[in-house]
Design a binder for this molecule. Structure first.
Ligand SMILES: [Mg+2]
Length: 220
């Protein structure tokens, strides 16, 4: 019998990619205003190509971007881009549709928790920005175990904190490799949040696949 539902955060509850896209658009526009000579669409395309090469959380992306376009870093242009990026990011931390109402329903019957690879303060900022920080009984982040999914440590740690067995918990996440596979290995029930996932090559079968978070209410 399921007693707790454990959610991944980025691209499961938060529309992280929408935030990323809008922040990047603002950054490119600001860099163009500051003198960068590139077409907006072309600039965006190059920026996202770099993100797919270096990872979406790569912190020096604008340095690499400017080196690619200009052959050097122009600090005035880069600063304009970073400021614009951060401004938009702050206000664009949106939950996916139906997140709040679904959490409210589930909270009546289950304990709810977050298991995120984000640093603790980042995770809490995102929860606060979405105004859902009071929905969870437990929030476990990278800071607690210093291990990232698919490492099994975070999963084992949250079980210990919840004082539950894996089969009493449902894991909901947008990554087959990082959320579903390790959870399945440990005996959790798993839900693949397909709406948030990027294309992944993985032959892992979750217990359920959902296209909207509210689909959880159909079987829970
Ligand atoms: Mg995720």
């Amino acid at each position: 019998m399921i007693k707790a539902i454990i959610f991944d955060l980025d691209n499961t509850l938060i529309d992280f990619m929408k935030m990323k896209r809008l922040s990047c658009e603002a950054a490119i526009e600001a860099m163009i205003s500051a003198g960068l000579e590139v077409e907006k669409e072309k600039g965006l395309k190059i920026l996202f190509q770099l993100y797919s090469k270096y990872g979406l959380e790569y912190q020096k992306i604008f340095q690499v971007f400017l080196k690619k376009i200009l052959g050097r870093i122009d600090y005035g242009i880069m600063a304009s881009g970073i400021v614009a990026y951060r401004r938009v990011k702050e206000v664009m931390l949106y939950p996916y549709p139906n997140v709040v109402s679904t959490l409210n329903e589930l909270k009546k019957k289950y304990r709810l928790a977050i298991l995120s690879d984000a640093p603790k303060i980042q995770a809490w900022i995102r929860l606060a920005a979405m105004q859902i920080q009071d929905k969870f009984d437990l929030v476990i982040t990278y800071d607690e175990t210093r291990a990232k999914k698919p490492n099994l440590k975070p999963f084992l740690y949250i079980l210990k904190k919840l004082k539950l067995n894996p089969e009493e918990c449902l894991i909901v996440g947008d990554s087959l490799k990082r959320d579903v596979a390790p959870a399945k290995k440990l005996g959790f029930k798993t839900v693949f949040a397909k709406y948030g996932s990027e294309k992944e090559k993985a032959k892992i079968k979750p217990n359920y696949i959902i296209n909207d978070i509210k689909d959880l209410l159909r079987f829970m």
